[in-house]
Structures are given as structure tokens and as C-alpha cells.
Write a protein of this length. Structure first.
Length: 231
């Protein structure tokens, strides 16, 4: 099983988790290739948008052992699996996460919440589900699957929402209410790939997010390094 290949966009670290409930935590990243969505503001389109990028240059197939060996050079204790959409490769992820557990590494998986996880959810230490809002440019039918979101909410996942303006918070409210997400598990994050934009939107959102009883996350990697790939 450890020889099953994964389609990898990039592996990088050590770095900090820049978003959500693990903000500021030292970690390594495994970014898987391909996605079933197409957010207009996506800052990792190189992992899936083949109208703009060449998959022959952007993707590689790597074994579980190769991925683990690369991460082992980083001196990290937490691995963030992201995408793209990681759950497109969930059968390959199970042996990878099994290796992480054997090494006493904690695993966080970031998903858009459109695909169900068929294995034991307890294999993953931290689920971060990021349902897409209307500001992503996609229809609700494509981006919101409440049967899946409800299962993740029941499993205690953190929910992270990319917000552009205050009006987006009403849509967040509707989604978390319908999916049954506790307020303590809701994280609002300003959209932006430059420090000035992230800082401005964080300030604009802070009071309203606080009043709704939710958590607010900035984008630490953008504040520290801008829109630099692999940080």
C-alpha cells in the first residue's frame, strides 16, 4: 500500500499554517493536484487549472514512501494535506495518513466539503472544511453539498469561510445553520493575496464576526511573505 502513487502539486516546509484553527503552527504541507471546483479567486490554480497551467509541469506522481521521506527532512510534527481537492485521492490518502500516525505526526486535511470521506474520520486529527460562497463564482448546486457538510459538522470539523465583504457573512450564517455547525467551529477568513488587502478586510470583518460568536483568522503566510509560492 505504501507504494500507491499520489498526484502531487507540491510539498513544502517547514513553514507555518497560515489559516484557521492551527494558525501559526509549525508544519509541512502536502498539496495534492486536481480539483472538482473552480473558484475565481483561487490562489493555487496551478494545482488544477489546465487552461492556464501545464499539468505535465505542475504535477508529479509520488509514492507514499517518497512523500514521507521528503517531509522527514523538515523536522515537523504536523502535516497539512491540502489541494486542489484532497478527497479526490482519498483511497491513496489512507495509507499516507497511516504512515504519519506511525511516525507520531499529526494530520490536518483541508477540503471544500463537496466529497464525503469514506474511511474512519478519526484517522485525521484536524478536519478543516471550507465551503465555497457565492463570491467564488460558482453555483450553489456545485459548491454546497449539505449531506457531506452535515457529516463533517457532526464529526467536529472546523469550518473556514473565505469572505470578501460584510455581506458574505449572511451566507455563512445560512450555511452553518443548515449544516449544524457550532459557532465555536466557525472560522471567517478574509480573501486576499497581498498584506494590505488581508489587513484591510480583517479590520472590516472583525467586529461583525465577533458579534456573531465566530472565530476570525487572518492569512499569516500572506502577511509574512506575500503571494510567494511554497511558503
Amino acid at each position: 500500500m505504501t507504494d500507491a502513487p499520489l498526484v502531487i502539486s507540491e510539498i513544502f516546509g517547514p513553514t507555518f499554517q497560515g489559516e484557521g484553527p492551527q494558525l501559526g503552527q509549525r508544519c509541512g504541507f502536502v498539496r495534492l493536484g486536481r480539483c472538482n471546483l473552480a473558484c475565481e479567486f483561487c490562489d493555487t490554480a496551478y494545482s488544477w487549472d489546465w487552461t492556464r497551467f501545464d499539468p505535465r509541469e505542475e504535477l508529479s506522481e509520488q509514492s507514499v514512501d517518497a512523500v514521507v521521506a521528503r517531509l522527514a527532512t523538515m523536522g515537523i510534527e504536523t502535516v497539512i494535506i491540502t489541494g486542489g481537492e484532497p478527497l479526490l485521492q482519498q483511497q491513496r490518502l489512507v495509507p499516507l495518513i497511516g504512515e504519519f500516525r506511525r511516525l507520531n505526526w499529526k494530520t490536518s486535511v483541508e477540503t471544500a466539503g463537496t466529497l464525503a470521506w469514506d474511511a474512519d474520520p478519526r484517522l485525521v486529527d484536524q478536519w478543516v472544511v471550507s465551503p465555497k460562497l457565492a463570491n467564488s463564482g460558482m453555483s450553489a448546486q456545485r459548491r454546497l453539498h449539505y449531506d457531506v457538510l452535515t457529516k463533517f459538522a457532526t464529526a467536529g470539523a472546523a469550518f473556514k469561510f473565505v469572505v470578501v465583504e460584510l455581506g458574505d457573512l449572511d451566507e455563512v450564517e445560512n450555511i452553518v445553520s443548515r449544516a449544524g455547525v457550532p459557532s465555536s467551529n466557525v472560522w471567517v477568513m478574509p480573501e486576499g493575496t497581498s498584506a494590505p488587502v488581508v489587513a484591510k478586510r480583517t479590520a472590516e470583518l472583525a467586529d461583525s464576526v465577533l458579534k456573531r460568536g465566530w472565530n476570525l483568522t487572518t492569512r499569516l503566510h500572506v502577511l509574512a511573505w506575500g503571494d510567494t509560492r511554497g511558503r
